[in-house]
Design a protein around this ligand. Structure first.
Ligand code: FMN
Length: 349
């Protein structure tokens, strides 16, 4: 495994937060939402107060809102307070929360302290652990279990990010044995395993390689929002190899809407979750209507959490309200009804 100092690790994580907030590292408008329309119902035959966001997820095992703060950050000085704030907000709103990569804990067990503080602030929130596939290949199941235990995780997310690892000056672009490592983890961990991308999506071919491995869910995390090729390109200087190559890959990835449409058509043996460029409750409704069971947002949540608790609460309330409006205006009392009624179509040009 690539060895880097704690100072290098911290500075990379802080760079990531700064660069994720820069609009040029967002593939805005390219997720594909504008090509889909939800069918307006002029006679909803519902009272707005009857609309409920509670939904059965984890293949029916858990009742939750279908909303997730996508995995972001962990293991550096800014992270404790940020994750505490995110966890409290998720607990208040009933959202799931993915934590950022727990890679640092693998070599520095004191980094686990972060989760003690987060759990003190939000004892009931459903947290999902996180580790990169390129680290999983080199990590024992026992060590992954320790990561999950340290935050009392409800599931473990494994993220795959080949473009980022290639363009990251200190990256680990070694994914050989990744599928075998996933299969082993699912068999041995004793907790649900969720696989996600980080903004480049999954092709149908990639998804078919996950069939039969026993993963609980796949978050397609497609192209259309935060772009890790662009972010890593911004961490090296003009004229340097990684910086120049990143320009050629600035639009690399499978759009969230197209990726989800293909994923659902495959009728996989795992649940499909979606993220990547989700910026409103209407976007959430589109992805749920198309068949996602949980929808995640990362960058907008990060931005409002850094502004303050009030701003974060407002954004989460706004997303929920917009989602309820979309349910109501399609005549759906619940997410289940939204999905059963097939209320979406490709927009006619
Ligand atoms: C600052 C930041 C850090 C991230 N770190 C991680 C990570 O550690 N693990 C992971 O699986 N995804 C990570 N992601 C990716 C997000 O979970 C998500 O897949 C991606 O940003 C697309 O969502 P968005 O367009 O809503 O930002 C990170 C995203 C941001 C903005």
């Amino acid at each position: 495994m690539h060895s880097e100092s704690t100072a290098q690790f911290e500075s990379r994580k802080v760079d990531h937060i700064r660069l994720a907030l820069d609009v040029k590292n967002q593939a805005s408008g390219q997720a594909g939402f504008e090509r889909v329309e939800l069918l307006h119902e002029a006679f909803p035959e519902l009272d707005f107060s009857q609309v409920s966001l509670m939904h059965r997820i984890f293949k029916g095992e858990l009742e939750s809102k279908p909303l997730l703060v996508s995995s972001m950050t962990a293991g550096h000085h800014q992270a404790v307070d940020l994750n505490g704030r995110l966890a409290e907000a998720c607990q208040r709103h009933g959202w799931l929360m993915g934590v950022g990569s727990q890679r640092r804990e693998l070599r520095d067990s004191s980094a686990r302290q972060e989760w003690k503080e987060v759990r003190r602030r939000a004892p009931r929130v459903k947290l999902l652990g996180n580790l990169g596939l390129s680290q999983l290949i080199r990590t024992s199941t026992e060590d992954v279990r320790r990561l999950a235990d340290s935050l009392e995780a409800s599931a473990m997310i494994i993220h795959s990010n080949p473009l980022q690892e290639c363009l990251q000056p200190e990256g680990t672009p070694d994914f050989a044995g990744g599928l075998k490592a996933l299969e082993k983890l699912v068999k041995e961990l004793g907790l649900p395993v969720i696989v996600k991308e980080t903004g480049c999506g999954f092709s149908a071919q990639s998804l078919s390689r996950l069939k039969g491995l026993g993963v609980m869910a796949v978050d397609i995390s497609g192209f259309g929002g935060t772009h890790w090729g662009r972010i890593e390109g911004g961490r090296s200087q003009p004229g340097e190899l990684h910086h120049e190559a990143a320009k050629s890959f600035a639009n690399w990835g499978i759009g969230t809407v197209d990726g989800l449409s293909e994923a659902v058509q495959m009728s996989p043996d795992y649940e499909i979750w979606a993220s990547g460029g989700v910026r409103s409750g209407r976007d959430v409704a589109i992805l749920l209507a198309m068949g996602a069971q949980v929808v995640g947002l990362a960058q907008p949540i990060l931005k409002s959490a850094l502004e303050g608790e009030k701003e974060l609460d407002f954004l989460m309330s706004l997303i929920e309200y917009e989602l309820k409006v979309a349910l109501f205006c399609t005549g759906s009392r619940s997410v289940e009804q939204l999905q059963e009624k097939k209320v979406w179509r490709w927009r006619k040009v």
